[in-house]
Design a binder for this molecule. Structure first.
Ligand code: NAI
Length: 300
């Protein structure tokens, strides 16, 4: 089996001081990439800051013979995101890979969720991924090469009690990823997303303790590294990954039902079964394709 290498590539991994991001940074560096290890160094809720976690990971990479530089900036501010990308350009002279991984949790039942708890989670996960990708975009476009991996979540794709803020951000990243895939196509910039499950400080009181060892971060990172490799063909896709299992998550549309007559509440009721039928379904590549069945109906 030939080894997948990243020699000559420069990667930015956000939130790489702990958990999944740390593992992504270690793996990419072990396979030859030069890595910017970004981490603000706060707690699980994003409170506080410290340059320590990013620096520790950089030292670990260097000890293993790899190349890395630490960056302690905040992905959620435009200046911070700019500084993260600038660190790659100043230190290594280029940028090829962006792994948007930084994240915080502020779980609350919706009834108790304050606007600040919504905004802060959106700011780190969604706005942070936007800001860092935005700062990187012109460099990737101009060089005609880039790989972006965003970190979504099963909680976003399927919903989860107590995570209205987090789920909104994580589903937002799906639309973000799919749009970057369209806009990056001409420039060989590919964007994909993962929806991981792993035992980290973020999930240690949420996941079943029995599976802690089987849900190691090392069982997520290989997919991230693969999606960051030059050989991948896919773009705009979302994969769930954890515990050794990997699967594509599809945004699909059922065959549905339609009429060119006036649409009434009763017609909706009477065709409810067909409207809700999950099969047959279609996975559209873009919004133009998705309009196909409607156009067909309007033309009939
Ligand atoms: P973690 O808490 O171990 O790591 C997140 C890292 O992001 C921390 O090191 C933190 O300091 C850093 N960070 C937080 N805010 C930041 C900011 N504003 N700027 C820069 N760095 C910041 O958690 P974990 O589990 O490794 O999470 C990584 C990503 O994976 C997150 O986006 C999370 O939402 C996502 N995820 C994790 C799952 C899991 O099962 N562990 C499940 C689904 C998604």
């Amino acid at each position: 089996m030939s080894e997948l290498r990243y020699d000559g590539r420069v990667a930015v991994v956000t939130g790489a001081g702990h958990g999944l991001g740390r593992q992504h940074a270690l793996e990419l560096a072990a396979r030859g990439a030069k890595v910017v290890v970004n981490d603000l160094g706060g707690d699980r809720a994003g409170v506080g800051s410290s340059a320590g976690p990013a620096q520790d990971v950089v030292e670990e990479i260097k000890k293993n013979g790899g190349e890395a530089v630490a960056n302690p900036d905040n992905v959620a501010t435009a200046e911070g995101a700019q500084a993260i990308i600038q660190t790659a350009l100043d230190t290594f002279g280029k940028l090829d890979i962006v792994i948007n991984n930084a994240g915080i949790l502020r779980d609350k039942s919706f009834k108790n969720m304050a606007p600040e708890e919504f905004d802060s989670v959106i700011a780190v996960h969604l706005r942070g991924s936007f800001l860092v990708s935005s700062a990187a975009w012109s460099h990737l476009r101009d060089q005609g090469y880039g790989r972006i991996v965003n970190t979504s979540s099963p909680a976003g794709l399927f919903g989860n009690f107590g995570q209205a803020n987090y789920a909104t951000a994580k589903m937002g990243l799906v639309g973000f990823t799919k749009t970057l895939a369209h806009e990056g196509k001409k420039y060989n910039v590919k964007a994909n997303a993962i929806a991981p499950v792993a035992w980290t400080r973020m999930t240690e009181d949420l996941l079943p303790a029995d599976f802690s060892e089987k849900l190691g971060v090392d069982k997520v990172t290989p997919l991230v590294a693969y999606l960051a490799h030059e050989s991948i063909e896919v773009s705009g896709e979302v994969y769930t990954v954890g515990g050794g299992r990997v699967a594509r998550i599809l945004v699909a549309e059922g065959a549905g039902w339609g009429t060119n007559d006036a649409l009434s509440v009763e017609a909706i009721r009477d065709n409810w079964e067909a409207i809700n039928a999950a099969e047959p379904y279609t996975v559209y590549k873009n919004v133009g394709e998705q309009m196909g069945p409607l156009i067909q109906q309007l033309s009939s």
